[in-house]
Ligand binder design. Sequence first.
Ligand code: ATP
Length: 145
Amino acid sequence: EQIDIISLCKETIASFRGAYEREIQLQSSLDVLYVNGNTAQLKQILYILIDNGLKYSDNEVQVQISTEADEAILQVRDYGQGIPESDQLRIFDRFYRVDKARSRDTGGTGLGLAIAKAIAESHQGKLTLESTPGKGSTFILKLPI
Ligand code: ATP
């Protein structure tokens, strides 16, 4: 089905605002942006990325939507602890967590990003990451338009 990812982002962000007192900003110069896919699954990716951004930082989380050629680009950015380079590939593995002792307190199983990556790939998309320890992380989802 055709899905407007701008309104999907707005809905998902609104559901977090109801539950947490945390700032989540949506940045986009587009009013609508349609991609082909499964609404529940794309919502789940967004939910996983925003939830992680909130869990692993104390500041705002930014969701940015743009396009490049025939791709929709959705970035979820936080200004939190970041992810060491040596862990950046492995965090997409099932059950992998960077800091086992500390992240146990924040709950979770280490499955979120593995699920998010599988959904991205089943939509012919890509999920990648840019992160600087101590500065924050940006997860980048690219989907064909
Ligand atoms: P859950 O299954 O509930 O999502 P989780 O957050 O541990 O639990 P993933 O979402 O797969 O599982 O994330 C794996 C690990 O990657 C996390 O435990 C954390 O160490 C690291 N991580 C994920 N997102 C971020 C982020 N935004 N900032 C810093 N570390 C992150």
